[in-house]
Ligand binder design. Structure first.
Ligand SMILES: Cc1ncc(COP(=O)(O)O)c(C=O)c1O
Length: 429
């Protein structure tokens, strides 16, 4: 890669920033401006963003209406940090969340504002399930990713992340996700059998936590039938059913929630990433009222009151979720994506992974996927990998991306696959 801006700034980051940084290794440029689906580097070179802050920028960068709402709020000296006190910004967010998201879907939940990361929402969900049931064990799935704080990390499958924990990760039993053993084995049946057997070695669970589409774990999409069965198993065995919608929610897979239309009724839902609309830190744990047995401050955190995020979150709900128009638009883009990625997969004998605007191509190996992403970056497209071996090239474009830019980005991706896999085939022949 020849990147002049990098040559200037890399020594600074190498010297002062921890080696834990990761995205900047794949995209080693200095970025300083972003609008919609475009990120500009310090030289003003535009890059199309197919990463979208790992789905925390579903509505693109600097949406003008959210930006205006935030600027107005700040210029009126609106409260920025409110702990968990009542504020107008929080009241407005809750009012709109109830009117535009919960009520139309017939959902009855209380909203817990947790510390502002997804992991914190997951910690709250797992702690609450343990408190409600008086049990400790949580069932999580192969390739699941729920964050890297110790409680959430125990539910996360990835061995590299788990290794960073530094202590034994306990309180979680891992079982196979939908399709883990291939199409002929129903892993929900296996779980049911294990939970029904007092000698299976799996302790009675407090909760079953699941992503409907595993975002970090390789875009494995569970079927609605399997998810319904998992929920039924949770109910039958006295466990709470938790859907972690941190990456697949907020429109990424079509509806506001990833499980809409599936006939599911989770006890707890976690949301973060795009809930604030504009990339500001904010996370929620949605709790069925009968399970909201927290006592005051039992789970807390200083930054539960990011009122700037409440302002942009409210603006996002009003702009994108007051009618069905946005979800319809996202569904149309998802069709384009499936068509174009399907073409790439067919050309190279590969497979698609995922659902909705959370779709990718299994490049066959982490090495190939990384080479495809690197080739894309050289052409000004930012895109990342996912999966146990980083083998899936994962498209997470902003849902608001304009069609022409979307198609151009997909052209770049197609060319990168051809350059990498075409040339490898030739090399192999
Ligand atoms: C499904 C899921 N849950 C939890 C998390 C953790 O969120 P955060 O990185 O904000 O802690 C992520 C992050 O990628 C995620 O994809």
């Amino acid at each position: 890669m020849t990147i002049e801006a990098t040559d200037r700034v890399t020594p600074l980051f190498n010297r002062l920033e921890s080696g834990v940084r990761s995205y900047s290794r794949n995209f080693p440029k200095l970025f300083n401006k972003a609008v919609g689906a475009t990120i500009y580097d310090a030289k003003g070179v535009p890059h199309t963003d197919f990463l979208a802050g790992c789905s925390s920028l579903n509505y693109g960068h600097n949406d003008p209406d959210m930006k205006r709402a935030l600027l107005d709020y700040i210029s009126q000296d609106g409260i920025s940090q409110g702990l968990d006190m009542f504020t107008d910004a929080k009241a407005q967010f809750l009012t709109r969340f109830e009117a535009l998201i919960l009520k139309p879907r017939g959902m009855d939940y209380r909203v817990q504002f947790t510390g502002p990361t997804g992991a914190n929402a997951v910690e709250a969900a797992m702690k609450l399930a343990r408190k409600v049931t008086g049990r400790t064990n949580v069932i999580a799935f192969t390739n699941g990713f729920h964050g890297v704080t110790l409680g959430a990390l125990a539910a996360t499958g990835n061995s590299k992340h788990r290794g960073g924990g530094g202590i034994p990760l306990s309180g979680v039993t891992r079982v196979a996700f939908d399709g883990y053993f291939g199409p002929d084995i129903n892993t929900a049946d296996l779980l049911d059998q294990q939970l029904a057997d007092p000698s299976s070695g799996i302790d009675a669970p407090a909760a079953i936590i699941v992503e409907t589409v595993q975002g970090e774990g390789g875009l494995n999409a569970a079927s609605a039938t399997w998810l319904r069965q998992i929920e039924a198993i949770a109910r039958a065995h006295g466990a709470l059913f938790i859907v972690d919608d941190i990456q697949a929610g907020c429109g990424r897979t079509g509806g506001f929630f990833s499980f809409e239309g599936m006939g599911l009724s989770p006890d707890i839902v976690t949301l973060a990433k795009s809930i604030s609309g504009m990339g500001l830190p904010m996370a929620l744990t949605m709790i069925k009222p009968e399970h909201d047995i927290w006592t005051p401050a039992e789970h807390n955190g200083t930054f539960r009151g990011n009122n700037h995020a409440f302002v942009t979150a409210r603006a996002a709900l009003d702009k994108f979720w007051a009618t069905d128009a946005f979800a319809t638009e996202v569904a149309a883009k998802a069709d384009v994506l499936a068509d174009r990625l399907g073409r790439i997969a067919a050309a190279h004998g590969l497979h698609l992974r995922g659902r909705g605007m959370m779709l990718g191509v299994d490049a066959g190996s982490g090495e190939s996927a990384a080479a495809v992403c690197a080739a894309c970056f050289e052409q000004g497209l930012i895109i990342e990998t996912s999966g146990s071996h980083g083998e899936v090239v994962k498209v997470l474009a902003p849902l608001t991306i304009k069609e022409a830019q979307f198609r151009n980005g997909l052209d770049t991706l197609e060319a990168a696959f051809a350059a990498v896999l075409g040339s490898r085939r030739i090399a192999a022949e």
